[in-house]
Design a protein around this ligand. Structure first.
Ligand SMILES: Cc1ncc(COP(=O)(O)O)c(C=O)c1O
Length: 410
């Protein structure tokens, strides 16, 4: 008798599953609008020049590859702390660790919550990033949704968002994306962030900020607005940070988690809990990406070079966004055109049903995630007309099926 079963029932990851299907598709004119990876106008995901230079320096200067420690590379966590919080934070009230990517930072936060408050509910946005389901401990903590609806003029309906959190209980966790909302691209305005952080404070709800796109909607300082506003008002908060996107370090698994407590003694306790969890998982994270980021942020010239490259990334992302918004407006769906145009970062979303998304994939080799999210970088000069034709035909059909007075785009 075999120890291993002949079948194990595990769900397919909605994003990584799509990548495998795309790779297996033999059609030449296929188009990947699925996975959240930056691509330049030629469809490549290049290494940042500042990263390459930091790697060359590391190769020359690194003298040892001995273990770092449970919390990883402290040059990195301190440099990223400055990038995230600016000058205005109290290190003694923070627990922190370098971890393998933003995904693990989110999981680590939820593992801490399940130890501290197993009855807490984790609230995530609908629509939201599909990976929250597996990352935020589906099996151990309860998860509920709050509403992330977009008005016909392309703004977040913040009043509806807050109303949908009214059922939350003190001590529940609210996951918020700081910028470049995945999948809609629409972020709260600074006034909305003030309302959200005041509401969380008054209701004793604990923010867990997912900060995956610092520098992809605006200068990194401007993009840190939500984190800084919330950490100032809400003395107990988490922020999960990744450098996958803003340094192009995807496969190097470079991220960190910061947890703010209201007093230094509590921060020490949280650091102990964090270290205990990390010991059981990977003991310490891979160092390469963290050393690269620490090099870039610690060297004034490399930092300027990196900021310049990030600005070019932002400019590149705006081009297909505006082109697509113009096209959507031209086919007569103005509310959707506003939502596409007002978004920031890599994503926008077409309100398509599962059947339309399957047809796009099977009939036209256009790959979207199941929620209608589009990675705008997948639209190039070469494929723009070929791909937007079927996409917009599907969007027109979807718009015709909607209530004529629908008050939200989605
Ligand atoms: C909203 C959001 N959060 C977190 C992450 C985590 O990124 P990674 O685990 O690659 O660092 C991503 C990646 O796509 C994301 O889109």
């Amino acid at each position: 008798m075999s120890f291993f079963p002949s079948h194990i029932d595990v769900p397919e990851d909605p994003i990584l599953g799509l990548v495998s299907r795309f790779r297996a598709d033999g059609r030449v004119k296929k188009c990947d609008l699925g996975i959240g990876v930056y691509k330049d106008v030629d469809g490549r995901t290049p290494v940042f020049a500042a990263v390459k230079e930091a790697e060359r320096r590391l190769l020359r200067m690194q003298e040892t590859k001995t273990y770092t420690g449970l919390q990883g590379n402290s040059d990195y966590t301190v440099a990223v702390c400055d990038l995230v919080f600016g000058a205005d934070y109290m290190p003694e009230t923070l627990a922190s660790a370098q971890v393998p990517g933003g995904s693990f930072a989110l999981s680590l936060a939820s593992m801490m919550v399940s130890k501290i408050a197993p009855a807490a509910v984790i609230w995530t946005s609908t629509p939201g990033w599909s990976s929250y389901e597996p990352l935020l401990l589906r099996d151990q903590l309860a998860k509920r949704d709050y509403t992330y609806a977009i008005t016909p003029d392309g703004k977040l309906d913040v009043a509806l968002l807050l109303r949908s959190l009214d059922a939350a209980q003190p001590g529940d966790i609210v996951v918020l994306q700081a910028n470049c909302h995945n999948p809609t691209g629409i972020d709260p305005s600074p006034q909305d962030w003030a309302k959200i952080s005041d509401y969380l404070h008054t209701r004793a709800l604990v923010p867990l900020i997912d900060f995956a796109y610092q520098g992809l909607s605006d200068h990194p300082d401007a993009d840190a607005y939500a984190v800084r506003r919330i950490f100032k008002k809400n003395s107990e908060a988490f922020v999960a940070v990744t450098n996958s996107k803003n340094f192009g370090l995807y496969r190097e698994r470079t991220g960190c988690l910061y947890v703010q407590a209201s007093a230094p003694e509590t921060a020490k306790l949280l650091q102990g809990l964090m270290n205990d969890i990390l010991r059981r998982y990977h003991a310490m994270p891979p160092d390469h990406g963290a050393s690269v980021v620490a090099q870039v942020l610690g060297d004034s010239q490399l930092r300027v070079d990196w900021l310049t490259e990030l600005e070019a990334v932002r400019r590149r992302l705006e081009v297909p966004r505006i082109r697509l918004a113009d096209r959507v407006a031209a086919v007569g769906i103005p509310a959707l055109a506003n939502a596409v145009r007002a978004g920031r970062g890599m994503f926008t979303r077409l309100p398509l049903d599962a059947n339309a998304i399957t047809r796009l994939r099977e009939d036209h080799s256009i790959y979207l995630t199941g929620d209608g999210r589009i990675n705008l970088c997948g639209l190039t000069d070469e494929n723009f007309d070929r791909v937007t034709g079927p996409l917009l035909a599907a969007a027109i059909t979807a718009a015709a099926k909607r209530e004529p007075v629908a008050s939200h785009v989605y």
